[in-house]
Structure formats: C-alpha cells, structure tokens
Design a protein around this ligand. Structure first.
Ligand SMILES: [Zn+2]
Length: 141
C-alpha cells in the first residue's frame, strides 16, 4: 500500500536517525526502509512498525492525494498543475500568514489550471499544510 514517504523521511531526520538506525529502532530491515523512502510503498506491518517507532497514528502515514481532478467548476479531467509549488511574489504571506517554513519565507502554493474552462485554483503546499496543526494562528473548524 502507499505510504507518505515524505513524512517518514521528515520524522527520521527529526530524530537524527540514519536509515540504519531507523531500521534497528523499528525492527524492520534496512532494505525495507530504503524501499519505503524511495518507492513510497509499504506493507501494513511496516506501517504499524513505523507508526509505533515515531509515536504517531498509522493513518498519519497514509498517502494523501490532493483532489485536483476533476475541475471543481466544469468537472473536466483535463487539469494541469505547475511543476512545483511556487511563492507568490509578496502575496503568499497575506493569503496564508504564518504558514511559511521559516520567518522570512512565504507560504507556497501549487497552481492548478483547467484546460476547458480556465478555472484556476491554488493548493497550499504540503509544507504550509503541515504547519496548520502546530500554528497558534490557525484553528481547525
Ligand atoms: Zn474546468
């Protein structure tokens, strides 16, 4: 099954663990850790082991796909996203205040355009969304 490899890598780095050390801590073998981080795929057993070693819920390791398709306006599947999240010159700070990775950077957005109706949407980057939970400035409703 799919796993959020980005999160595994982030939590491993937060603990200052090498892949080897994570393997030992989780009881998984090194090859498994390497495959998980590279291919973003893991067995349910591996997910349980990782959730336990990082002290998080197993659902937190689920890979979350953004609902970019179909277009929310015209339901077309011909939707294009920019190659990477981008900063909006001077704009990001006001739209998503306090969600940038550091004090002097702006939160990033991923622009998505519909070929058929031209509707443009912006998705907050994973980085920005990751900060929502810990930010004092945002509350879940
Ligand atoms: Zn559309």
């Amino acid at each position: 099954m799919k796993i959020n490899a980005e999160l595994v890598l982030k939590l491993r780095n937060q603990n200052s663990w090498t892949q080897d050390e994570l393997a030992i801590a989780s009881g998984l073998n090194l090859k498994t850790i390497q495959r998980i981080e590279k291919k973003a795929s893991a067995s349910l057993q591996s997910k349980k082991a990782l959730a336990s070693v990082f002290n998080i819920d197993i659902q937190d390791l689920d890979y979350e796909e953004l609902q970019m398709k179909p277009c929310s306006e015209c339901k077309s599947d011909r939707v294009y996203q920019y190659k990477e999240p981008m900063e909006f010159g001077g704009f990001g700070g006001e739209l998503l205040p306090n969600l940038a990775p550091s004090l002097f950077s702006l939160a990033k957005f991923l622009p998505v355009v519909c070929f058929d109706c031209g509707h443009i949407r912006f998705f907050a980057s994973k980085e920005a969304r990751d900060k929502l939970d810990v930010s004092d400035h945002w509350k879940q409703i």
